[in-house]
Write a protein that binds this ligand. Structure first.
Ligand code: DP6
Length: 320
């Protein structure tokens, strides 16, 4: 009763920020993301009636802090009368760097857990289960450009354009490898309860989703750049206006953002997006990747630059 699955992180262009049902972790808004290609997390779930408790082993070290969320996710996928599990996680990118490792981890966990228990759940069901563990994880079940929509009591996700059809690149400037000051889940709740901009953020999301969908359909880079940067800055404005304020940026985050805007005004096909952390993700046209990498590497405070194309949804690697 053992299975291994692999999933890649995804980066939202039109962001999820806010929960309409915190208990069931249902998002308040739809979102659109790109699934990355070269960064991945592999999760191996081993179920054994002889185990006396669940264990999570991340890059060969026991991890107690994420264990309750992983155990809850296994209960959700397999049922609470399941055998205890050992879950091994291997990540080929820095876990603490705020690069959406929870999305790839939970996406891979639901696929591996379902296979290890002998079930054959659909991708739609697995996406819904991943979303209950972490909202953004639902999107990593799908490759390329993925859209998450709210349905009545759930979410549904689909690939709206295959990554091969518009092979954009994502260059990630790492500006800090410290842990987040506050988790995105907690921060969203602070925003919902205190930010004067929260209601307006929710109301306007439909417009941004429609514009992004049109831009992706038409492969209109400039249109996607404008709506993505707008949506990102709007989400961070909601955070900044919360009480207490939620500020994930550092000086290098701002310098990267400005550097990317300057590159675009000089004709380079690139735009930025920033999630609940200080790293800057630059989405660019493939032929401009080297220029973007060089420019971001030269910014003071950037400690690492990673780049990748777009990739596939979560999948089973091995099952025994
Ligand atoms: C800023 O999916 O980490 O990256 O559902 O509480 O686990 P939980 O939140 P999470 O939030 C992601 C927030 C974001 C935007 C996005 O990915 O859409």
């Amino acid at each position: 009763m053992r299975a291994t699955a692999r999933a890649q992180p995804n980066i939202a262009l039109i962001k999820y920020w806010g929960k309409r049902d915190p208990a069931r972790n249902l998002p308040a808004v739809g979102s659109i993301s790109v699934t990355l290609g070269d960064l991945y997390t592999e999760m191996t779930v081993s179920l054994d009636a002889g185990f006396d408790r669940d264990r999570l082993v991340v890059n060969e070290q026991d991890n107690e802090s994420m264990l309750p969320r992983i155990s809850a996710c296994l209960d959700n996928v397999i049922g609470t009368s399941r055998a205890h599990a050992r879950v091994d996680s291997l990540c080929n990118f820095p876990v603490a760097a705020g690069l959406a490792s929870s999305a790839s981890s939970f996406a891979a966990t639901v696929v591996a857990a379902s296979a290890a228990s002998g079930a054959s759940a659909s991708t739609a069901t697995l996406a819904s289960l991943a979303g209950q563990a972490s909202g953004s994880a639902a999107r990593s079940l799908y490759g390329g450009f993925a859209e998450l929509k709210n349905t009545r009591n759930d979410v549904s996700v689909e690939t709206i354009l295959d990554g091969h059809d518009w092979p954009l690149k994502v260059v990630i400037a790492v500006t800090s490898d410290g842990p987040k000051p506050v988790s995105s889940g907690k921060a969203m709740e602070i925003s919902r309860k205190t930010s004067p901009f929260y209601g307006r953020w929710i109301e306007k999301q439909h417009d941004d989703l429609r514009i992004a969908r049109e831009a992706i359909d038409d492969q209109d880079f400039e249109k996607l750049a404008q709506v993505s940067e707008h949506n990102c800055l709007k989400m961070h404005s909601v955070m900044w206006a919360s009480r207490p304020p939620i500020v994930y940026w550092n000086a290098a985050t701002v310098d990267c953002m400005q550097g990317i805007r300057e590159l675009r005004s000089s004709g380079v096909g690139v735009f930025f997006t920033i999630d609940a952390g200080p790293q800057v993700k630059a989405v660019c046209i493939a032929s401009d990747e080297a220029r973007v990498r060089d420019a971001l590497s030269a910014i003071a405070g950037v400690t690492d630059v990673l780049s990748t194309g777009l990739g596939e949804g979560a999948r089973l690697v091995e099952s025994a």
